[in-house]
Ligand binder design. Structure first.
Ligand SMILES: [Zn+2]
Length: 115
């Protein structure tokens, strides 16, 4: 497993994620289409918010997901998902400088039709 460091644009919010990030997704729900993020689902224990907890705001577009973004620069950093008794974190891969997103082939996640 590799540990990657990521942050919002202004640096107020920073995190580490320990996962090889080999299964990126693009979600087609109305929120994800607008923000254009490439995401990766990880276990809650694989995501560590290092800095900026107080600088985050949450936007909940569904009752099972809270999208956290930096209050200063507005960048979405991660989404906390609690669905069907399973918790996970969707990390915005665009926040990780070490990744070459152009070399990754995301699968489409059909979030638009999630009930
Ligand atoms: Zn920021």
């Amino acid at each position: 497993m590799t540990t990657y460091s990521g942050s919002c644009h202004c640096g107020e919010v920073a995190f580490d994620v320990t996962n090889d990030l080999t299964a990126p997704i693009r979600c087609n729900c109305s929120f994800c289409r607008r923000r254009g993020a490439m995401l990766h689902r990880v276990k809650t224990g694989e995501f560590c918010l290092k800095k900026g907890k107080d600088g985050l705001s949450a936007y909940g577009s569904r009752d099972f997901s809270d999208h956290y973004f930096c209050r200063t620069c507005g960048i979405h950093v991660f989404t906390q998902v609690d669905r069907n008794g399973q918790r996970s974190v969707m990390v915005n891969l665009n926040c990780i400088d070490a990744l070459n997103l152009d070399a990754m082939t995301p699968q489409v996640f059909d979030g638009a039709n999630l009930i």
